[in-house]
Design a protein around this ligand. Structure first.
Ligand code: NOJ
Length: 540
């Protein structure tokens, strides 16, 4: 069995985890102070979001120097001490490699702007076409994906913010520069890497307008993507390390290659289709209730499909780009604890490697902000203007942002019930939700029935039971789309997993009886019926 199969990864959004120096911003030494806590969760790896030099327009995903630590987060000595101490705690660190783009503050881009042809070829510069942008592609953060530089008479491509210029992966010098980044951090003792939007790095030779979409079909899983990933992994010697690629709008066919050991690309992939089941018409900024039939079918497709092709999934609900799962798919008011635990069971019993996003393990909820001024994220503020420009009232736009903003997942970690939730002694960079008085680590550590205790149990079960780490998976038909069920098998052993996604009692025809391995209610319920948001794992 490969080691990562029974592992669990924990994600830290550094800016919001723990502030050690009272400036209101989480930092490396804050993470160091929480290593005992992280060890107590039983997790194996910690992925830390970028803490490198950056103007922070996209909170660190706009890197200005891959080799230096942003002073806001600490020093190189702090980073080295963190790597060493994490290893001593039995925790491997995974650093976040943002290789699709750099900040426009990066020295390479600054030289390109000054007209240096060597560095202009590090990016994707194109001449205007008929006096306007080279293509009609839309930036992921809104607006056209090209920015004009008058001094050069050319446009550069930015699939994200205007301050995040896309790198030209067709230039071998760029690929070498990026390999050196991996070598540098690997040398320092980092045990894995997360690759940001890595399936967007290979752009076609000819860039053309998209008359049926926003341009993504031309550059997603692009023409030389597998070749580029293989070269990066091979030349840096990371094939045996823990690696995960963030795959934007990807396809199963491509993921079967990205995450299949035979291909020697990555260990696993994040795909996001299951997190679009509440996008009306596939549109992030159009609200609708989650379609659980679609959710079930997507889980089935990706779980069974990746298994059939010998590839491996990363399992997750939450990250720093997503609203909180308990607010989105559960009920954070009437069934906060039950629904948070049910959502945990649903993915932690699957085939793949679970990722716990900071605060998910205590059931943190959406931010609950009441004014647009409380939001900081560039995407949220851009879209507030776009939605208002489209004719929504400010109240309607605020409601949509409240449901969809990435800041929902970025509020400071709730360590205790004190005024700043134990996150900082200063003023937090992003407001702390009022519910930290009862949703916090300190309170839950004292409660055997807490969401935190439940997560620890799930993490441990994956280590103790080979069937969870390595068994086969098969999705089951249920009599309602609101009950998702699957079974895991290994030799003669079988586990049946049944989850009720609704806040009402539902029939679960065919649910076997047997020893209950996990349940989010204290006592076993009735035969063939699931209570609101009930999850049952049955040995049968
Ligand atoms: C994906 C990251 O998770 C997100 O936070 C970031 O804004 C984009 N990539 C651009 O780097």
């Amino acid at each position: 069995m490969s080691s990562f199969r029974n592992s669990t990864v924990y994600q830290i959004y550094i800016k919001s985890y723990c502030d050690s120096n009272g400036d209101g911003i989480g930092d490396l030494n804050g993470i160091r102070s929480k290593l005992d806590y992280l060890q107590s969760l039983g997790i194996d790896y910690v992925w830390i979001t970028p803490f490198f030099k950056s103007p922070m327009n996209d909170n660190g995903y706009d890197i200005a120097d891959y080799f230096s630590v942003n002073p806001m987060f600490g020093t190189m000595d702090d980073a080295e001490a963190l790597i060493k101490e994490a290893n001593e705690h039995g925790i491997g660190l995974m650093f976040d490699m943002v290789f699709n783009h750099t900040s426009t503050d990066h020295e390479w881009f600054q030289k390109a702007l000054a007209g240096d042809p060597k560095y202009m070829d590090y990016y994707i510069f194109r001449d205007p076409v008929d006096g306007h942008a080279p293509t009609n592609w839309v930036s992921k953060f809104g607006g056209n994906a090209w920015e004009y530089v008058p001094a050069l008479g050319k446009y550069y491509l930015h699939l994200f913010d205007v301050s995040q210029a896309d790198l030209n992966w067709e230039n071998p010098a760029v690929r070498e520069e990026l390999k050196n980044v991996i070598r540098f951090w690997k040398e320092k003792g980092v045990r894995g890497f997360r690759f940001d939007v890595v399936n967007l790095i290979s752009k076609p030779d000819v860039l053309e307008d998209d008359f049926i979409g926003d341009g993504r079909r031309f550059y997603t899983d692009g023409p030389r993507i597998h070749q580029h990933i293989k070269e990066l992994v091979n030349d840096t010697g990371i094939a045996d390390m823990m690696t995960v690629g963030e795959m934007s709008s990807t396809s199963l066919d491509n993921c079967l290659r990205y995450a299949n050991p035979i291909e020697k690309e990555l260990k696993m992939v994040f795909s996001f289709h299951h997190l679009k089941v509440d996008y009306k018409g596939g549109e992030k900024w159009a609200l609708m209730d989650p379609d659980f039939k679609a959710l079930r079918d997507l889980f089935c497709k990706w779980q069974e499909g990746m298994q059939a092709g010998g590839a491996w999934n990363a399992l997750f609900w939450c990250n720093h780009d997503q609203p909180r799962a308990v607010s989105r798919f559960g009920d954070d008011r009437n069934y906060w604890k039950e629904s948070a635990k049910m959502l945990a069971v649903l993915i932690h019993m699957m085939r793949g490697t679970p990722y716990i996003y900071q605060g998910e393990e205590i059931g943190m909820t959406n931010a609950g902000y009441t004014s647009i001024d409380q939001y900081q994220d560039v995407e949220s503020t851009n879209y507030f203007s776009i939605l208002c420009g489209e004719g929504k009232t400010p109240e309607e736009a605020l409601h949509i942002i409240g449901e969809r903003s990435r800041d929902n997942g970025r509020t400071p970690m709730q360590w205790d019930s004190s005024e700043q939730a134990g996150f900082t002694t200063g003023t937090p960079w992003l407001s702390i939700p009022a519910n930290h008085t009862y949703i916090n680590v300190e309170t839950e550590e004292k409660d055997e029935d807490s969401i935190l205790a439940f997560y620890k149990k799930l993490v441990q079960l994956r280590k103790d039971m080979e069937i969870i780490a390595d068994g086969d998976i098969r999705f089951l038909e249920t009599c309602t789309p609101d009950v998702i069920a699957y079974e895991r098998t290994l030799g003669d052993e079988k586990l049946s997993v049944y989850c009720n996604l609704k806040g009402t009692e539902l029939a679960a025809d065919g649910m076997p009886e047997g020893e209950i391995l996990v349940c989010n209610y204290g006592q076993a319920g009735a035969k063939g019926v699931l209570r609101p948001f009930e999850a049952r794992v049955i040995k049968a």
